[in-house]
Design a binder for this molecule. Structure first.
Ligand code: PLP
Length: 367
């Protein structure tokens, strides 16, 4: 038996820690744990989505629809594009990354990722035999080093990932910088807008002017459905048609389908969800700013990146102390491009942020 070389050599992806895992490890009650590690939506799903799922439970014996036109129409309206510009994925935006690998890369082709950024690009694309070429995100100024992206382009570049707001730094990419990249390559530029609703801007209008752009989105963040695993892509009809050829046909479950549709129809939830997160982000930012030994970065997403090196502890020690006390944040030491002194804290409810800040204060006073 011979395992594929790209799989044999692959470093495993390190996901955020789960509530169940931490409850078991530290003998805590799951309901007491505050999870600020995976940029989920702390207010819960839309009640209409919950109702829709309940009403569909008895259809579980049937395969999902392969025709997703209702949902596609709804996503198109929400995103202000035409339905033929939409592809829906059933394992979140992560599935779409895999479909991009299948559709656009041959073994030996290159893809560009500015560092630090979302680690799943590298993980997924490598499985397809594609080779990462790293550019830079200027962390101090929290902006893309666009020249480093342009310099990384070669005749083998097939995909360029631009994450805006960037995970884990929270900075936005200027539209002009995205255009500069688009103007200087024939590769597909993937603009990852997983967190775009928290930023008050977007890049959809670029779809009118460029053929080589794809916008990646998810239902896991502002739309509150991380557990239902729904993602979507916006691009030209030609790109979308080719991607549909290789996308797993039934990957979007029936329950995810009805939950997604009901959420988009719940305008009150959409507005409340966005506003609650933006308000709470400001609260959390102000709270973290008060610690003289932390450096916190302004963010346009639902998380904040924090440099902890002046505390005398590294990120592993701080995350461990927080977990013992029932708070999960992301230790960023597995993020390529960051060293061992960074944590990423997701925005919770204001009550959760407050509790986190109190616990952090206790920990930092003890050293
Ligand atoms: C930047 C970015 N892109 C894509 C994703 C994948 O989202 P999904 O849950 O839809 O797979 C995430 C998830 O955290 C992310 O942070």
């Amino acid at each position: 038996m011979k395992i594929k070389k790209t799989v044999e050599e692959l470093d495993p992806y390190v996901p955020g820690r789960s509530i169940y895992e931490i409850a078991t490890l530290y003998n805590l009650k799951p309901e007491e744990i505050i999870k600020l590690g995976s940029n989920e939506n702390p207010i819960g799903p839309s009640p209409r989505a919950v109702e829709a799922v309940k009403n569909s439970l008895n259809d579980m014996n049937r395969y999902p629809e392969s025709d997703l036109s209702d949902l596609i129409r709804e996503i198109a309206a929400y995103s202000e594009v035409r339905p033929e510009q939409v592809l829906v994925g059933g394992d979140g935006a992560d599935e779409i990354l895999d479909v991009l690998g299948k559709t656009f890369t041959e073994p030996g082709d290159e893809f560009i990722v500015p560092l630090p950024s979302y680690m799943y690009y590298e993980f997924t694309l490598k499985i397809h035999g594609a080779i990462p070429v790293f550019a830079q995100w200027d962390v101090d100024n929290n902006q893309l080093d666009v020249d480093s992206v342009l310099e990384a382009i070669t005749s083998k570049t097939r995909l360029i990932f631009l994450c805006t707001p960037n995970n884990p730094t929270g900075g936005l990419i200027d539209k002009e910088d995205i255009q500069r990249v688009l103007d200087n390559t024939e590769a597909l530029v993937v603009v990852d807008e997983a967190y775009i609703e928290f930023s008050g801007t977007d890049n959809v209008e670029l779809l009118n002017d460029y053929e080589n752009i794809l916008i990646l989105r998810t239902f896991s963040k502002v739309l509150g459905l991380a557990g239902m695993r729904i993602g979507y892509a916006l691009a030209s009809p030609e790109i979308i048609q080719h991607m549909y050829r290789v996308k797993p046909v039934f990957s979007l479950t029936k329950l995810s389908y009805v939950a997604a549709l009901a959420t988009l129809q719940d305008k009150g939830y959409l507005e409340h969800s966005r506003k609650a997160s933006v308000d709470s982000r400001e609260y959390l930012y102000q709270g973290l700013e008060e610690f003289s030994n932390l450096r916190v970065f302004r963010s346009y997403a639902n998380y904040l990146l924090v440099d902890v090196r002046r505390t005398g502890m590294d990120s592993a020690q701080i995350t461990e102390e927080l977990m013992k006390r029932g708070v999960i944040v992301r230790n960023c030491s597995s993020f390529r491009g960051l060293d061992d002194y960074w944590i990423r804290v997701s925005v919770g409810t204001i009550a959760q942020d407050q509790r986190f800040l109190e616990i952090l204060k206790d920990i930092l006073e003890q050293i």
